[in-house]
Design a protein. Structure first.
Ligand SMILES: C[S@@+](CC[C@H](N)C(=O)[O-])C[C@H]1O[C@@H](n2cnc3c(N)ncnc32)[C@H](O)[C@@H]1O
Length: 342
């Protein structure tokens, strides 16, 4: 057996979320990140050493700073080791998070998309853009057009990114607005926040939450602020609300078409119809070279139909193993993701 140069110990929580599928899913995520970031020759494989499971990373070159950042960004890396003969040396990874971890973990509610899966979706989608480096340098503009109570928004903020969220369910908007305001206050973060009626051309379109925040007072004063916008409105009409060609990544967990995942809209029970109505707007706001990543339930949206729909809307789905990210959540959810670029 050829032991790889680097071994990644997965976070125990990954096994709780994905059970036996964790190494395969996180391995596919790492492979996608490595490809996106041009780590040619990188190969990922699950491996067991002394009875402990790892994800092995074979690579032609030693890990540079970007490689370490990628491993730090991985949705479920607990620790990374470099093999030195028969021994493993711990590798210190950079800390990517800009805020206390509770930004992502504190909210608990029915219908919340799992944090690790959301992180994985964002990573794999960013890797498919023409500018993946923006994931790590704070430049990636993220849109979650069906954001619920904001799992994607919080993960984007924690990575130093700007984010826009849209959801038609007013209760989700109110819960998120209350959460974010309280969280920024409790952590004494310098910020501005506005929660206002959204009126475009005299028509009431819902509400808009806008916040500007920074990890430290110094960052805030120096203008290093992050922008967060949450639009409480229907995602099929973003005219006048989100500029054309302004976002790098559209990443969302689509309605699962089952009771606990589909409040809000009648169309949410037929996700493909909803996507057909929403995709013209999502592709309009996406910049050329940007990517769309959708998490979906294969029981209600067969993969080939979804891929055809994305192509109808002018998006290109990358080749590759169509089952790489597929996994069973429960009897009613056969979860998968698909990524397409503009
Ligand atoms: C699977 S949930 C997303 C959960 C979210 N990722 C979270 O962790 O809170 C799907 C969301 O799609 C929203 N939705 C359904 N139809 C919509 C529409 N027409 N416009 C905007 N949002 C919609 C629902 O309100 C629901 O919050």
């Amino acid at each position: 057996m050829h032991v790889p140069e680097h071994l990644i110990l997965l976070a125990p929580s990954a096994n709780r979320v994905y059970a036996a599928d964790a190494p395969r899913l996180v391995g596919a995520e790492l492979q996608a990140l490595a490809a996106g970031f041009g780590m040619t020759g990188a190969r990922v494989e699950p491996i067991t050493l002394a009875g402990v499971d790892y994800l092995g990373l074979h690579s032609d070159e030693d890990l540079d700073d970007t490689g370490k950042q990628l491993l730090a960004a991985l949705s479920a890396a607990h620790a990374v080791f470099r093999r030195e003969g028969d021994l493993l040396a711990p590798v210190r990874l950079p800390r990517l998070g800009h805020y206390p971890d509770d930004l992502v973990t504190i909210q608990k509610y029915q219908g919340k998309t799992n944090e690790q899966w959301t992180r994985l979706l964002l990573n794999v989608t960013a890797a498919a853009t023409r500018t993946p480096g923006r994931l790590l340098d704070g430049g990636l503009q993220v849109l979650d057009p069906m954001c619920g109570r904001g799992t994607t928004l919080n993960i984007a903020l924690s990575l130093g990114l700007d984010a826009i969220g849209v959801d038609v369910d007013r209760k989700d908007y109110e819960a998120y607005s209350a959460f974010l305001k309280t969280w920024m206050r409790q952590h004494r973060l310098k910020h501005t926040v506005e929660d206002a009626q959204l009126t475009i051309g005299g028509t009431k379109r819902g509400r808009r939450l806008t916040a500007q925040l920074a990890p430290t007072k110094e960052d805030f004063k120096a203008g290093g602020v992050q922008h967060l916008t949450y639009l409480s409105t229907d995602t099929t009409d973003l005219q006048g609300l989100v500029r054309s060609g302004s976002v790098d990544v559209v990443a969302t967990d689509t309605p699962y078409g089952v009771q606990h995942g589909s409040h809000g809209d009648r169309l949410a029970r037929r996700p493909l119809d909803l996507l057909d109505r929403a995709l013209p707007e999502w592709t309009r706001v996406l910049r050329t070279g940007g990517a769309v990543g959708l998490s979906y339930n294969r029981h209600v949206a067969p993969r080939d139909e979804l891929v055809a729909l994305l192509a109808d809307h002018g998006l290109a789905v990358a080749d590759g193993d169509p089952d790489a990210f597929r996994h069973r959540v429960d009897a009613s959810i056969d979860r998968d993701l698909v990524v397409a670029s503009k």
